[in-house]
Design a protein around this ligand. Structure first.
Ligand SMILES: [Zn+2]
Length: 112
């Protein structure tokens, strides 16, 4: 059970990186969209953390250690969001793309 919990925790941690990057991309495109994506990802991360914690608890791990491990796994997301925000802000092509995309969606929204 511990081995399964460890594998799930590693998988969840790895998949938290692209999720954090998506928050950064959404925020770069439109801050309000980034906030909506962040809230949605935060909500869906709750069952992910619970799934990991249950496996560790069934393996007999102490609750404090479970809390630390699930916290560290979840920490991958804001770290990736920060890295994504920095890399997207440095990348001129991404800024050009998001600016054009934002302009195009404004045109569509206003019937142009
Ligand atoms: Zn997730």
């Amino acid at each position: 059970m511990l081995r399964t919990g460890e594998l799930i925790a590693i998988g969840i941690t790895l998949h938290n990186f692209p999720e954090g990057f998506v928050v950064a991309a959404g925020y770069t495109y439109m801050p309000r969209l980034g906030l909506i994506i962040a809230v949605a990802i935060m909500l869906h991360s709750i069952p992910e953390g619970v799934a990991t914690a249950i496996l560790f608890a069934k393996a007999g791990m102490k609750p404090f250690k479970i809390a630390i491990l699930t916290f560290l796994s979840g920490l991958a997301e804001p770290v990736a969001a920060l890295a994504g925000a920095v890399s997207l802000s440095w990348n001129k092509e991404c800024n050009w793309f998001f600016t054009r995309l934002r302009g195009r969606s404004d045109d569509l929204h206003h019937g142009r």
